[in-house]
Design a protein around this ligand. Sequence first.
Ligand code: ADP
Ligand code: MG
Length: 374
Amino acid sequence: MAKIELKNVTMDYGKGIKGLDNVDLTINDHEFLVLLGPSGCGKSTMLRVIAGLLHQTDGQVLFDDQDVTGLDARERNVSMVFQNYALYPHLNVFKNIAFPLGNIKKITKEEITARVEEVAKVLDIEDILNRRPRELSGGQRQRVALGRAMVRNPVVFLFDEPLSNLDTAMRQELREVIADLHRRLNTTFVYVTHDQAEAMQLGDRVAVMDEGKIIQLGNPQEVYNEPNCVYSAGFVGSPKMNFFASRFIKKEANWAVKIMGNEFGIPTGRIPFPGDDPAVSDGGRVISGIRPEDLRLEPVEGAADVSFAANVVKTVPMGAGLHAELETNGTHFMAVFQNHTDVAAGSEVTLHVDPATIHLFDPETEKTLIRYQH
Ligand code: ADP
Ligand code: MG
């Protein structure tokens, strides 16, 4: 069990490359925290700094209020699971899992057997303990790697894209294994992925990262419903949020935004009126964001619904729903229609939007202007 804190942590690799740039973060004891972002944003650097495999060039790392900056990986009692399973090819599964126990003094053979068997039982790999890694599937290998990480009872588990090498079905299965492990073990998990769906499924909280910085930190619903900037809004959700260059229009008692030639009245209270925010002015530019799933083919119940026409450019059937590329007044955008697989390319549809679901961003800073209100 451990609370982990990063205080003003910078990792300067030299030549102006900052793997981490002044990061402040508290990971709560027993939390499942996901670091989410594209390749190169600093996720592995952060994990390695927490592990003590890499020493930050500035700032502090604390475990349970103790500064561990000077301690190396072995002294921090952390376990790490990587994308490539890093098993010893000449050792069988039992010995691979038992390997980290070799460093512990005064542990008996019986204790080692008991620990390995317990871990194997949890991971459902009791029947393959005698096999060598090359005789295992990718999913089994990663279970063994998890077992090896678990066997020492670390204070924190660190995962660096552990499922990226697996096929979709195996990935889903192991996600559930990892989520279950987290419920079962009273341990802090820090999990790195570039896959937003994985982050949403696993994290108690998700840290969206870009260029060595944490851009947004919140639970999955917050990050999805209340993205704090264009970057975060675009990274979480699939297909990604549609962004439209649009304009504010001042109405008698409220504001509207003009998107693709159509006016959408903004629900009362979402913009201070009469706009004392300098970023909000009559005719002023704004970036509007609409999630594909917030575009509907039927009126939105109980909402001040706005409708407009769109041409269907292309459709992709996705089982229960349909992904559609649409066009209105020359602008292309995506929609997801649940339970509507009959929409055909070349046809015209009427779309409905609840204006309360429209996200508005400052075109200069790209920060969220008005937060989504539930
Ligand atoms: P991620 O895991 O999110 O893909 P990394 O933490 O590996 O990102 O890398 C963050 C940035 O630091 C990248 O620009 C990467 O090129 C750089 N970087 C990572 N490791 C080193 C290193 N050993 N030396 C120099 N630059 C590095
Ligand atoms: Mg990485």
